[in-house]
Structures are given as structure tokens and as C-alpha cells.
Design a protein around this ligand. Structure first.
Ligand SMILES: Cc1cc2nc3c(=O)[nH]c(=O)nc-3n(C[C@H](O)[C@H](O)[C@H](O)COP(=O)(O)OP(=O)(O)OC[C@H]3O[C@@H](n4cnc5c(N)ncnc54)[C@H](O)[C@@H]3O)c2cc1C
Length: 463
């Protein structure tokens, strides 16, 4: 009981409802550590916007730990080596951590378990990924039956409070300085707008939940309207594990289970669980078409496609709803879900550019960039996923913009269109009043649709 044990933090940067922390406290003198490993994830090392979040979240976690007499030790490098080295340095006999399901974390967990006693706990999902199975014991591939089975196991267990005390070692091992990790952008500092929208850390996450409680009843309709703040904006807090999904579930359900909005919200939270269930089955989901008949698809490449891709990233496609979304993403590190779908569909179908390029851009720009959620949603939109929209269903961005009343959203994010009224703002080119500094459409809707359908037909003939 008086020996040191390691508490290995990853995307679970909280003290409440943190099963690994509770177990570590009961097991010994707790040495909390976060290891920044940029090699293990390959091309999915933490992206630029997410690094901004991580810096602030670690700062906040350290403050919360220090309030209890503890701290977080920071180490950089290969996670397996660093954990093994730290264990040796402090004489720890065991490591406690929450399960993570990204393929590189599963590999690291196996390698660490070969060297030291590693105890993995649940708690970052509503139910442990892999545990929701069909009657035959098979994992689900499709969301709807997955949710039906998961829903029958809900509610999740009541969340635990943070431990009142954390046993600390007699001396602390060396730690990197957070500032030396250079997680924050400097030249140029493109994240200046992030701080206005976000408060990373457990306290910020809890405030976000409290603020959403009154909104949840209206979620059903409001979540689809980008001009309103109708969704919870909990995604980066949930991604970084600053709050547990069980806590979110119980707080929001208590506010009105049975109300349609609340039920719909809880069903959306379950998409996180579904996405983990998918990457547990298909570890390379971010890089391979789940439907391999899409492999021969002739995505556009070359100079013109590159110029189209650049215009898309900069929010200069000539489609206001797409441009507003891409600029919101760049400025705040987040994009409204309905607009994510429209912007992603525009890249894949209107511009006929491989969904993987879009996935990588989002990965770098989102503060909530999540290996599973990002890949599952990109493949859903592209039509290549195990559960997905059909490729031939081509979303019309201008009608979507009308339907979901995106006028004010466009005015906020595309200032050159701010003076246009509701009749003109969704398609200023068609209305004949596009200001000179607003770009022409990269492609006409009808021509884009025909090109995408022809590419699909060609792919089908080839597969
Ligand atoms: C192309 C594309 C890429 C995406 N990439 C990511 C990503 O990298 N990280 C990420 O967290 N979400 C991603 N999403 C899903 C979704 O857009 C965001 O989770 C949501 O917009 C976050 O806003 P919110 O917290 O207000 O969500 P709310 O509507 O309030 O939902 C509550 C929570 O449920 C979860 N959730 C909701 N919708 C989804 C969904 N479709 N898939 C998975 N989880 C969901 C999130 O954790 C979210 O915070 C992506 C969607 C698309 C279409």
C-alpha cells in the first residue's frame, strides 16, 4: 500500500469518475503521468488544433491535482519506453490506466503489459467497447441495432466523485515543462480565436454540461440549425476525457428523460460508443475504404484538384454554407455537425476528392479530432463506410443552407456576404449579387453531380 503505482493519463484528463485514478489511490502512492508520443500514432499524431487543447487541458489537470497535493509528471517520447522507465525510476510495481481503443494505444498497452503489471479500467464510454454484441456474440457493424442493444443496457453506472485525497510519493520524479512542448502555435498564432469559445479542462467541461441542461429539451430541432447554439459543444471535452459520458448521461437525463430532445441527445452521445466499436473491428478505418469496391474509384488528383482542395480548406468554394463551415473550423477549431456533413459531402462528391484528404484536414484543424469519430463520419458521408449514406445520394449544399436557415451563420463567418438578405445569401451568384471579393463557384452543382455519378458508374464497372 505504501509502494508507488503509476497512473497513466491519455484521453481521460479528469479526476471525477476516473476509475484508474480511484484504483490507483486504493493501491499505492500515486504517480500521475502523461506521455506525449508523436511517433506511435503514425500519421495520426495529435493535430495542430488538438495540441492547443491538450496544452490547456494538461495545465488545468495539473492545477486540479496540485489542489490535492499531487501533480502530473510530463514525459515525451515512446510511451512504452517512458512508462517502463518511469516505473523503474520511482520503483512502481503497477500501472493503472483507462482502456483506449486506437490501434496504436492497443499496441502500446500490450507492450507495456509485457514489461509491468498493467491494469486497464473502463469509463471513457457508456459501455466498454467490444462488450455490446449480437445474440451470436458478434460485434455490431450498423449503428441502429448497436444503439438498440446499447440502449437496453442504459443508464450507465452512476458516476463517481473525485477522490478526496490522493496518496503522494515521498519525492517526485523529474518532469518536462509543459511550455517546452510547444503545443501552442506561435508563428503565426492561428489559435487566437479559440480561447473565446473554449475553456479546456474538467471545470470548463462541467460548466458546459450545466449550460446545456436547459437547452437539451429543444435539441431535436435546434441541433440542425447552424445559426443557433442548439448542440452541447461537449465534443472536445468528451474527446479529451475531461468529463465522463456517464456523467453527461446522468446530468442530462435527469433534466428530462422522456423529452424527445433529451432522448435524441443521448442517442447522439451513443455514436461515440459506436465509432469505437467500429475501430475496434477495423483498426485502419481512417485509411481504408470499409467497402473495398470503392478502391478503384477515380478520385480527382493533380493541379486543378489541388487548387480545389486548397479553396475548400480556405472556405473559398463559392458555396456560402461550405465556406462558412470551413472558416468556422479554422477560426474556432470546431464546426457545426450539419455543416460538417455538408462540407465533407461537398469535398467528396462535388469536388470528387478522396475522403481521406478531408479526414486529414479535419484531423489537423478540429479541437475534438477523434480517430474513431472522424473516420467513421467521413466514411459515412463518403458512402464507403460499413454503415453509411449512399454515394449516389448527393447532398445539395444550397438547398441544405435554405432548409436549415443558415443565413445568420453565413453572415457571421463569411463577412463579405454579411449585407445580403435571406433571399440572396444562400446562393449570391444565382441571385446576381455576389460581391466582387467573394469567389466564384469552383464547380456548378449540376455538373458536379453528373461528374460524381459518372465516376461512381465507372468504379462499379471496374469492381
Ligand atoms: C465529416 C465529420 C467529421 C467528424 N469528426 C468528428 C471528430 O473528429 N470528433 C468528434 O467528436 N466528432 C466528429 N464528428 C461528429 C459530430 O460532428 C461532432 O461530434 C459534433 O458536431 C460535436 O458537437 P457537439 O458536442 O455540440 O455535439 P452534440 O450534438 O451536442 O452531441 C453530443 C456528443 O455526442 C457525440 N456525437 C454527436 N454526434 C456524433 C457523431 N456523428 N459521431 C460521433 N459522435 C457524435 C459527441 O461526442 C458530441 O459531443 C464528425 C462529423 C462529421 C460529419
Amino acid at each position: 500500500m505504501s509502494d508507488p503505482v503509476i497512473l497513466w493519463f491519455r484521453r481521460d484528463l479528469r479526476l471525477s469518475d476516473q476509475a484508474a485514478l480511484l484504483a490507483a489511490c486504493a493501491d499505492g502512492l500515486v504517480v500521475p503521468v502523461y506521455v506525449l508520443d508523436d511517433d506511435a500514432p503514425g500519421d495520426h499524431a495529435i493535430g495542430g488544433a488538438a495540441r492547443w487543447w491538450l496544452h490547456h487541458s494538461l495545465f488545468s489537470l495539473d492545477g486540479d491535482l496540485r489542489a490535492k497535493g499531487s501533480r502530473v509528471i510530463l514525459r515525451r517520447g515512446n510511451a512504452v519506453e517512458q512508462i517502463a522507465k518511469l516505473a523503474k525510476d520511482v520503483g512502481a510495481r503497477r500501472v493503472h490506466a483507462l482502456h483506449h481503443y486506437e490501434p496504436w494505444w492497443r499496441d502500446a498497452e500490450a507492450a507495456i503489459a509485457d514489461r509491468i503489471d498493467l491494469v486497464l479500467h473502463d469509463g471513457n464510454y457508456l459501455a466498454p467497447p467490444g462488450s455490446v454484441t449480437t445474440g451470436a456474440g458478434e460485434p455490431y457493424k450498423i449503428y441502429t441495432p448497436f444503439w438498440k442493444a446499447l440502449g437496453e443496457r442504459m443508464p450507465p453506472a452512476e458516476p463517481h466523485n473525485a477522490p478526496r485525497e490522493i496518496p503522494v510519493p515521498t519525492s517526485w520524479p523529474g518532469s518536462d515543462d509543459l511550455a517546452d512542448w510547444d503545443l501552442l502555435p506561435t508563428k503565426p498564432d492561428w489559435a487566437t480565436g479559440f480561447g473565446e469559445d473554449w475553456t479546456p479542462g474538467e471545470a470548463g467541461a462541467r460548466t458546459r454540461v450545466a449550460d446545456f441542461i436547459d437547452e437539451a429539451a429543444d435539441y431535436d430541432e435546434a441541433r440542425n440549425l447552424p445559426s443557433q447554439e442548439g448542440s452541447s459543444r461537449l465534443s472536445p471535452h468528451l474527446h479529451w476525457g475531461e468529463i465522463s459520458p456517464a456523467y453527461v448521461w446522468h446530468r442530462i437525463a435527469a433534466a428530462g428523460r422522456g423529452k424527445t430532445g433529451v432522448n435524441t441527445f443521448l442517442k447522439e452521445v451513443a455514436w461515440r460508443d459506436y465509432a469505437q466499436n467500429v475501430i475496434l473491428q477495423f483498426g485502419d478505418y481512417a485509411s481504408r475504404n470499409a467497402r473495398d469496391r470503392f478502391d478503384p474509384m477515380k478520385w480527382r488528383t493533380g493541379k486543378t484538384a489541388d487548387a480545389d482542395f486548397a479553396a475548400w480548406t480556405q472556405g473559398r468554394t463559392g458555396y456560402p454554407i461550405v465556406d462558412a463551415g470551413m472558416r468556422q473550423l479554422w477560426t474556432t477549431g470546431w464546426m457545426h455537425n450539419r455543416v460538417r456533413m455538408i462540407a465533407a459531402s461537398f469535398l467528396v462528391k462535388h469536388l470528387l476528392i478522396d475522403w481521406r484528404r478531408g479526414e486529414r484536414w479535419f484531423w489537423d484543424c478540429l479541437v475534438d479530432a477523434d480517430y474513431a469519430n472522424n473516420a467513421v463520419n467521413w466514411q459515412w458521408v463518403a458512402g464507403t463506410g460499413i454503415d453509411s449514406n449512399m454515394f449516389v445520394r448527393i447532398m445539395a449544399p444550397l438547398s441544405q443552407s435554405w432548409k436549415f436557415a443558415a443565413g445568420d451563420y453565413i453572415r457571421q463567418w463569411v463577412p463579405e456576404l454579411a449585407a445580403l438578405d435571406d433571399d440572396a445569401i444562400h446562393d449570391p451568384h444565382e441571385a446576381g449579387c455576389a460581391p466582387r471579393d467573394y469567389p466564384a463557384k469552383r464547380v456548378e452543382h449540376r455538373a458536379a453531380r453528373e461528374r460524381a455519378l459518372a465516376a461512381y458508374a465507372q468504379m462499379k464497372a471496374a469492381s
